[in-house]
Design a protein around this ligand. Structure first.
Ligand code: GLY
Ligand code: MN
Ligand code: MN
Length: 438
C-alpha cells in the first residue's frame, strides 16, 4: 500500500464536516462480491469512503459527527483474527484504525447494529449515499425505524436524509496537491504501457496479446489494477466504443485503438492512442487521424480557468466537422452541419469527462442550467474521435476506421497541463516508437 499523510485525510474530513455544519455522515465502503464458487472479485474500496479515510479493507463503515465531544471520526472495521489472517492476510484491527488511520473511536463492524443507531439518536439529519448499496440502505432504514420506536422515551430520530454527493463531490472535483501527485504517477505508468504496446504491435498477433503487454507494464510499475477494462480494438472493432472482448487477430493494414489506464492508489488515468498495426498509416487513416489530432489539440487549448466545460467540446466538434467537410464525408454548410449535429454520425460521444478516483469521476457539469467554469485543480480527459463503419453510406475506402486520441489534462492557474504527454501522438513519432524493439 502507498504511504499517505494522515493530515491530508484529517483536512478532507474537516472540510466536509464544515460544509455539513451538523448532522451525521455515514459512508460504507464497497461490499465484496462473489465471482463464482469460493472466489471473490478483487476488492476495490468505495471511492467516497477511500477519499475520506484511505482505509483499504472491506467490511468497514466511516461515520463523521461534527462537534462530537468524544471525537468526530468513527470507524467500524473488522477485528484482528489470527486464524482468518492466516488464510486471507493481515487486518488492521481496531487499534490500527485509531493509530494508523486516525479514527477517534473504532468499533467492530459486527457491532454496528448496536452502536450506530445510538450515534444517530437526536441528530437532525443524516448525510449518506442512499441508493448506492441497497443492502446497507436497508440496514440504515431499519436502524432509523428502531430510533423512531423510542419516541416516547424522548429520543428523536433524524428528520432528514440528505444526499452527501452534493457536497462531497464538489470537494472531490478539485484535486488536492497529493491527489495530483498520484494522478501524475498513474498517467506516467499508463503512458509506459501504451508505449510498450506500440513497440509490441505487429500483424497477426491477437488483441489480447497486446492487452497483456499494456497491463504487464502497468503491473510491473506498481498498478494493482487497471482503472477500467482495457479496450484493445483492431480494425472495425475500434468503432465499437466499449469493445473489451480483445479476442481478434490484428490485420495488416488496419488500425489498432487502445484505450487503457492504470490505477494507482485508486486514482485513474485514461489514455487512448490509435496506431497502424503494420507501423505505417495509410493515406485514408492518416487523413482522418490528423483531423482527430487537430480537434484534440484545439480542445485542449480551450482547457483553462474561466472557460466553461463545453468549450473544449465545441472546439473539437468544429474542427472535426471542418475536416469531414474537406474530405467530402459531410457536405453542406459548416454552421448548419454543426447546428444539426451531423457530425454525430461519425462522432457520437462527448469530448471528455472528469477524472479522479473514478475514471468517469464525480462532479456536476452544469450549475443552475449553465455549463460550469473550469477551475485550477480539475482534471478531465480530452478524447475526440471519428468512427466510420461499413454501414456508413460513404466510399468504402473510409470503412472500418475508428480513431480516438485521449489525454488526461489538469486545469492549472495559467491554463492546462497534459499529464499524459509521454505517449507519442504525432504520426511520425508514433511510427518511430513502433520501430523501437520491445
Ligand atoms: N475509458 C473510458 C473512457 O474513455 O471514457
Ligand atoms: Mn478512455
Ligand atoms: Mn475517457
Amino acid at each position: 500500500m502507498r504511504d499517505f499523510k494522515l493530515a491530508d485525510y484529517v483536512a478532507r474530513r474537516s472540510e466536509l464536516m464544515e460544509l455539513m455544519g451538523g448532522g451525521v455522515a455515514v459512508f460504507p465502503t464497497a461490499p465484496e462480491s462473489i465471482r463464482n464458487g469460493d472466489v471473490l472479485y478483487p476488492f476495490r474500496p468505495d471511492s467516497d469512503f477511500y477519499y475520506l479515510t484511505h482505509f483499504p479493507e472491506p467490511s468497514a463503515v466511516a461515520v463523521l459527527i461534527p462537534g462530537r465531544a468524544q471525537g468526530e471520526f468513527i470507524l467500524f472495521c473488522r477485528e484482528r483474527d489470527h486464524e482468518k489472517e492466516a488464510w486471507n492476510g493481515s487486518r488492521c484491527g481496531l487499534i490500527g484504525a485509531v493509530e494508523d488511520y486516525g479514527a477517534d473511536d473504532a468499533f467492530p463492524i459486527d457491532d454496528i447494529g448496536d452502536i450506530l443507531p445510538q450515534l444517530l439518536e437526536d441528530r437532525d439529519r443524516i448525510y449518506c449515499n442512499m441508493g448506492r448499496y441497497l443492502e446497507f440502505d436497508n440496514k440504515m432504514l431499519q436502524w432509523i425505524n428502531e430510533i423512531r420506536g423510542k419516541k416516547r422515551s424522548g429520543i428523536n430520530a433524524p428528520g432528514e436524509l440528505i444526499d452527501v454527493a452534493h457536497i462531497l463531490h464538489e470537494l472531490r472535483l478539485i484535486k488536492r496537491h497529493e491527489e495530483i501527485k498520484l494522478m501524475e504517477i498513474a498517467a506516467t505508468v499508463s503512458s509506459a504501457g501504451h508505449r510498450r504496446a506500440m513497440r509490441a504491435c505487429c500483424p497477426n498477433k491477437y488483441e489480447f496479446e497486446i492487452a497483456s503487454e499494456v497491463e504487464y507494464e502497468f503491473k510491473r510499475q506498481g498498478s494493482y489494477s487497471t482503472a477500467y477494462p482495457s479496450i484493445v480494438a483492431g480494425g472495425k472493432n475500434a468503432c465499437v466504443l466499449h469493445y473489451t472482448n480483445n479476442t481478434d487477430v490484428l490485420q495488416d493494414g488496419d488500425l489498432l485503438l487502445i484505450d487503457a489506464g492504470a490505477e494507482i492508489d485508486c486514482y485513474a488515468s485514461d489514455i487512448t492512442r490509435t496506431f497502424p498495426i503494420n507501423g505505417k498509416y495509410t493515406g485514408e487513416q492518416l487523413a482522418l487521424y490528423e483531423i482527430v489530432l487537430m480537434a484534440q489539440k484545439a480542445a485542449i487549448a480551450e482547457v483553462k480557468p474561466g472557460n466553461n466545460w463545453n468549450q473544449p467540446h465545441e472546439s473539437a466538434v468544429r474542427v472535426l466537422t471542418e475536416g469531414l467537410l474537406e474530405l467530402g464525408l459531410l457536405s453542406g454548410n459548416m454552421d448548419a452541419l454543426i447546428e444539426r449535429e451531423e457530425y454525430r454520425r461519425f462522432y457520437m460521444h462527448r469530448t471528455g469527462h472528469w477524472l479522479g478516483l473514478d475514471v468517469h469521476d464525480v462532479g456536476d457539469y452544469k450549475i443552475s442550467g449553465q455549463w460550469r467554469q473550469l477551475e485550477p485543480g480539475m482534471v478531465l480527459t480530452i478524447e475526440p474521435g471519428l468512427y466510420i463503419t461499413a454501414a456508413d453510406d460513404v466510399d468504402s475506402r473510409w470503412h472500418n476506421i475508428g480513431i480516438r486520441i485521449e489525454d488526461d489534462v489538469l486545469v492549472t492557474k495559467l491554463g492546462q497541463k497534459i499529464m499524459t504527454n509521454d505517449v507519442p501522438k504525432e504520426p511520425n513519432d508514433v511510427e518511430s516508437m513502433m520501430r523501437e524493439p520491445l
